[in-house]
Design a protein around this ligand. Structure first.
Ligand code: DQA
Length: 139
């Protein structure tokens, strides 16, 4: 099974950024743990701070891979274009968040992309990604 993990804006700073919310591990280190934990999944990882690059990656894998795990960062709350890209492809997308967005500022309570996604996982720290990958194995 080929699964693409996509991280959006500011998630390149995991491990450095707002550690009390996002923890002190870089995604690169966590990604190595994920690869070891899921030897039966063919994982790929992409991060961009640029909305259009995230959309291009969704288009690129959206007709050939088996699924996408997407943390769109703040674009979650604003991007009709990413929501449209998810609706345009034919593989399932799981929205993930490290923090529990519902415990935070009101502007984080709404997701523009959730209606286009298969499901949403939020609030488990980096384990949110692991839970999303696990869901692909349970199908
Ligand atoms: C986030 C939550 C978003 O509201 C925020 O803009 C992020 C990270 C999370 O993983 O908790 O950049 O997606």
């Amino acid at each position: 099974m080929k699964i693409q993990i996509i991280n959006g804006p500011n998630l390149n700073l995991l491990g450095t950024r707002e550690k009390s919310i996002y923890g002190d591990l870089s995604f690169e280190k966590y990604y190595a743990q994920l690869q070891a934990a899921f030897p039966n999944l063919q994982l790929s990882y992409f991060q961009s701070n640029i909305e259009g690059e995230i959309i291009n990656k969704i288009h690129e894998v959206g007709f050939s891979f088996d699924g996408i795990v997407l943390n769109a960062g703040a674009y979650t709350h604003t991007s009709i274009a990413i929501a449209d890209a998810i609706s345009a492809i034919n593989i399932p997308v799981i929205e993930v968040h490290i923090s529990n967005v519902y415990k935070r500022e009101a502007f984080r309570h709404h997701s523009m992309i959730a209606p286009s996604c298969k499901g949403v996982i939020a609030g488990f720290g980096l384990i949110s990604y692991r839970l999303a990958l696990e869901s692909f194995l349970q199908q």
